[in-house]
Design a protein. Structure first.
Length: 255
């Protein structure tokens, strides 16, 4: 490999990492490895080596997470580097609120999986910063969006048990906006909703949400057609914000 080849690869890696940080807000080294080198056995080591170099170059900032561990965000210089080359409107993540890291990690990992599967996505950070087709619908803000040939998947992340009132908000959203066939709800111009994906960190949270949805179906508030478009997903997240094995099924399969 020539010096020119190495420089080009280095610039490609820099561009890719800065673009993903612009899209997701913050990412761990394992998330960056999954995005950039999903098949590489040494992907995490490669990611750590490159983000250390980018940190040394002041393009990336390493920030501590509230419960331990670190994540990476764009610096002002990194945002400027990206904007000059890609015509983005990236900003520094030096003061970016990290929010609930487990909730965001669950959203990030789920969307990373869909992105690697070939789907287009909008991250929770892109939605919150107005870069998705919409921010809120019927008083709710999605935790991610997936664009498929059949329409949009609304991602709802559950990282902890919710009380009945909060669970009913999800139920009512599904009842009101999961519409069959050509009647699919248009959430934005040419953006129609066809499925809701409820992604839960814990089985307890997923079980209680499933009970509320099942009760709504039993009472006639949710139809069979709507139950076939509600996906239930268990995606455990470790204290180090690593994703475990994902398990999923449709609500209809449980009825």
């Amino acid at each position: 490999m020539t010096a020119l080849d190495k420089r080009l690869i280095g610039e490609q890696n820099t561009l890719s990492i800065l673009l993903y940080l612009h899209r997701f807000g913050w990412l761990t080294s394992r998330m960056l490895a999954a995005l950039n080198w999903p098949q590489a056995k040494q992907g995490t080591a490669m990611a750590r080596r490159i983000v250390k170099s980018l940190t040394d170059q002041k393009l990336v900032i390493k920030r501590p997470l509230p419960e331990g561990g670190d994540c990476y965000v764009l610096s002002a210089a990194g945002a400027r580097w990206l904007n000059e080359r890609e015509e983005t409107v990236a900003t520094s993540g030096a003061t970016l609120p990290l929010g609930n890291p487990v909730h965001r990690a669950c959203s990030n990992w789920f969307l990373i999986g869909r992105l690697l599967a070939g789907d287009a996505i909008w991250t929770e950070y892109e939605i919150q910063t107005g870069r998705a087709p919409f921010v809120t619908v019927a008083g709710k803000t999605p935790d991610g969006l997936v664009l498929t040939p059949l329409g949009l998947i609304w991602v709802e992340v559950e990282n902890a048990w919710k009380n009945r009132t909060e669970r009913n908000k999800v139920v009512h959203f599904c009842q009101r906006l999961l519409l069959p066939g050509e009647q699919m709800a248009e959430l934005a111009p040419d953006a129609h909703l066809f499925r809701a994906a409820i992604v839960s960190v814990t089985m307890d949270a997923l079980r209680s949400m499933t009970q509320s949805l099942t009760a709504a179906h039993a009472s006639g508030d949710l139809s069979d057609a709507q139950a076939t478009e509600i996906e239930l997903i268990h995606l455990p997240i470790s204290p180090s914000l690593t994703a475990g094995t994902q398990q999923q099924c449709l609500l209809y399969d449980l009825l």
